[in-house]
Design a protein. Structure first.
Length: 143
C-alpha cells in the first residue's frame, strides 16, 4: 500500500518559535488523520472479495462512519458496506483492518499510553485522560 498526503502550513511572518511549533504540530496531526483514512480506503481496495464465498463481485451498500480515537486525535473513517452478488452476504472490506479495536474505538497504542482514572464498574463511565498533550489542549474524554 502506498498513498500520499499534502501538507500546507500557514505561519505569520512575525510568529514566534512556539507558535510555529504549534502550527506545524497541528498540521502534522491533520496529515496523520488523513493518512489513516487513506490507509483504510487502500485496505478496502485490497480486500474486495466476499469473506463468505470468496466472490469478487459485489455491490456498494453505502458507507458507515466509524470513529477511532488515536494518538493524533479523533478520526472518522467512512467504511464501505458491500453486498456480495453471489451469496447476498453483507460485509465491510476494512473490517479486518480495524479488528484489533475489538468493537471499541480506542487504538491499542492510545489505550496503552492513556491513564485510566476512577473506579470502573458496571454502568459507570470510564474517563480516558490524555496526559502527554500540551496543557492548553489536555483533556479527559468520557468513554
Amino acid at each position: 500500500m502506498q498513498w500520499s498526503v499534502t501538507v500546507v502550513v500557514e505561519i505569520a511572518p512575525e510568529a514566534e518559535i512556539g507558535q510555529m511549533e504549534q502550527a506545524v504540530l497541528e498540521v502534522g496531526r491533520q496529515a496523520m488523520r488523513e493518512a489513516l483514512k487513506q490507509a483504510v480506503r487502500a485496505s478496502e481496495d485490497g480486500h474486495a472479495a466476499c469473506p463468505g464465498c470468496g466472490s469478487a463481485s459485489s455491490r456498494s451498500q453505502g458507507t458507515v462512519a466509524r470513529r477511532v480515537l488515536t494518538r493524533f486525535g479523533r478520526v472518522v473513517v467512512r467504511m464501505r458496506r458491500q453486498r456480495c452478488a453471489s451469496c447476498g452476504r453483507r460485509f465491510r472490506p476494512a473490517q479486518g483492518y480495524l479488528a484489533v479495536l475489538a468493537g471499541g474505538n480506542v487504538t491499542p497504542e492510545l489505550g496503552r499510553r492513556a491513564r485510566w482514572r476512577g473506579q470502573v464498574g458496571p454502568m459507570q463511565p470510564l474517563i480516558l485522560c490524555l496526559p502527554w498533550l500540551p496543557a492548553a489542549r489536555r483533556r479527559c474524554i468520557l468513554v
